[in-house]
Design a protein around this ligand. Structure first.
Ligand SMILES: [Zn+2]
Length: 419
């Protein structure tokens, strides 16, 4: 819904009318630029129901019997949907932000977007707390509680008595909820995992070295596994703040220009950037099982990178072993992975150029233009595109969690040597 407010700018003291989009939310921080002097006025709202909804705008809100200051400028601000700032209630487009979306995306794409969006929000709110509980018992090694939760909450009808069985169940439910949150449009997770599983099991069956590499590294991957889960949990707890990144996957070249004129008025840049950066770094630590599988399948040795050197990697940086690969800069690691057919998407989701813009010390959210820019990339990207990048990091990290699982299963105490 849209609420109208008569506001007085704390800077220039001019009065204007703000049409503010309101939705149920745990906590949303937003901003609205004064139409007279462009001062960004900040605000926050919270409340899961409209009855307990609280909105605080950091300026004087004028009430009284004269609701419409004559000749006042009208602006439209919506922290939940990209909106057209200049839109007033008489404008043919932009008056209602959802109508704007239907107009730009077309009816069918809009319905699909809304459906994926609401399934994702539901999964984050109702399913994730159960998955988190199960996964925490898995990490703690509490087999009894793990089985109880798996039975009660997920309808498991057998007792997983072995550690590797619990690993599989824990990752299966994690994968299901992560896939729902990442949506199906533009999602490449299944393809990446399927290609890996095929190479990995071929390598496991044929080469003892491969199994040994996974076993050695799998044990040290326990700490990484906990870090990845902790980070995924942080992503889901902040889901409301970046979920609109899904919209980017529905925007083709034809719709691009229309979206460049819309702004998503959220004011949460520093929180989301932190998620983005941490997620990006962690995801790059989980790339080794992919190259190990590729090396074994192609050259019978997980440490042998052969002559497959990507263009951007200098000759003296070409690794001689997995241990050397671990020490490469992320951009190089990603180049090795994304040159393999089926894994190209990881290089797009974890885009090093965007990483440099967003992660740069001077990166900031310019509230005048609604763009995220830095000294190295002064034109930068829209805030919506920034959320799209964050969304991509979530997909990459949750996909790579499933890849990491292979290392955990291989190092499981259930499998003795020689098996
Ligand atoms: Zn002002």
């Amino acid at each position: 819904m849209i609420s109208r407010y008569n506001l007085k700018c704390p800077g220039c003291e001019d009065v204007f009318i703000a049409r503010l989009g309101v939705e149920p939310t745990r906590a949303t921080r937003f901003y609205l630029p004064c139409p007279h002097c462009r001062l960004p006025i900040r605000g926050a709202m919270s409340g899961s129901e409209l009855e307990n909804h609280r909105i605080n705008i950091e300026c004087e809100v004028l009430y009284g019997s004269d609701p419409e200051p004559p000749g006042a400028l009208i602006v439209t601000i919506n922290p939940f949907v990209p909106s057209l700032y200049e839109a007033n209630s008489f404008a043919p487009t932009g008056a209602f932000p959802t109508m704007t979306l239907i107009q730009i995306l077309g009816h069918d794409a809009f319905i699909e977007f809304e459906s994926e969006r609401h399934q994702a929000l539901d999964a984050g709110q109702s399913l994730w707390p159960k998955v988190r509980m199960l996964f925490q018992y898995y990490l703690q090694g509490n087999a009894q509680m793990f089985t109880r939760i798996a039975t009660q909450q997920f309808g498991l009808d057998w007792k997983p008595s072995k550690a590797h069985q619990r690993t599989s169940i824990a990752y299966q439910v994690l994968g299901t909820v992560a896939t729902t949150i990442a949506g199906s449009t533009g999602n490449s997770s299944a393809r990446v995992i399927a290609r890996f599983a095929k190479k990995h099991s071929a390598a496991m069956g044929r080469h003892q070295d491969h199994l040994l590499a996974f076993r050695q590294r799998g044990q040290s991957a326990a700490a990484l596994e906990r870090d990845v889960f902790t980070e995924l949990n942080r992503f889901v707890e902040q889901h409301e703040s970046w979920e609109m990144g899904l919209l980017v996957r529905f925007i083709g070249p034809q719709e691009q220009q229309a979206f460049d004129e819309l702004v998503l008025y959220r004011d949460e840049f520093s929180t989301i950037r932190d998620l983005y950066q941490q997620g990006f770094e962690l995801a790059c630590k989980c790339l080794w099982p992919l190259v190990a599988a590729q090396n074994t399948v192609k050259r019978n040795n997980p440490d042998d990178f052969g002559q497959d050197r990507p263009k951007i990697v200098p000759e003296n940086k070409h690794p001689k072993s997995l241990a050397k690969f671990d020490k490469l800069p992320n951009a190089y690691k990603l180049a090795y992975v994304s040159q393999v057919p089926g894994w190209e998407s990881l290089g797009e989701l974890l885009n090093s150029r965007h990483r440099n813009t967003i992660g740069h010390a001077t990166a900031h959210h310019d509230l005048q233009t609604g763009r995220v820019t830095s000294d190295v990339d002064p034109s930068g990207m829209t805030y919506l595109e920034f959320l799209g990048e964050t969304f991509g990091v979530f997909e990459a990290l949750s996909t790579l969690a499933q890849v990491l699982r292979a290392g955990r299963v291989a190092s499981s105490p259930d499998f003795g040597f020689g098996q």
